[in-house]
Design a protein around this ligand. Structure first.
Ligand code: CTP
Length: 131
């Protein structure tokens, strides 16, 4: 039977258990997981703040995980369709914070939104450390 290829995207800054769980859940949907890690610049344009960890470090961390087969830098929303095609993805996984936002890609893959882990985020961790 053909391999099921999954793709997901995120900044994955100050890596935490919510990141780990969504990557595990994404891999559980298929056989091969590609992860697009937002570039420093793209992350800044999305979130209005610079990541704490540089893109090369965020990639290194994500690449080391046993659930992850392939990591690349995501430079913009506009390229998402190209990334899905390039990585031959059958399923696009996004966290429920993006619910409905990527339904336009249902013509080339199955778009699945998975629930976020409650009560944890990079922003909340940074805030907690600041306090
Ligand atoms: N994610 C999750 N559960 C959390 C936090 C994040 O499942 N508690 C998922 C997001 O839905 C996304 C991926 O992890 O699919 C990467 O999210 P990212 O935006 O990098 O992490 P956040 O912790 O949400 O970052 P921030 O607080 O800066 O928005």
């Amino acid at each position: 039977m053909a391999q099921i290829r999954v793709i997901t995207f995120g900044t994955f800054d100050v890596f935490h258990v919510g990141h780990l769980r969504i990557l595990k859940a994404a891999k559980d949907q298929g056989d091969h997981l590609s992860v697009g890690v937002s570039s420093d610049q793209f992350s800044f344009s999305k979130k209005g703040k610079r990541p704490v960890y540089a893109e090369s470090e965020r990639c290194e961390i994500v690449r080391s995980l046993k659930y992850v087969d392939d990591v690349f830098i995501e430079d913009s929303f506009e390229l998402k369709r190209d990334y899905i095609i390039q990585h031959k993805a059958n399923i696009l996984i996004m966290g429920s914070d993006w619910q409905g936002k990527f339904d336009e890609f249902n013509d080339i893959c199955e778009v699945v939104y998975l629930p976020r882990t409650p009560s944890i985020s990079t922003s909340a961790i940074i805030e907690k450390i600041r306090e």
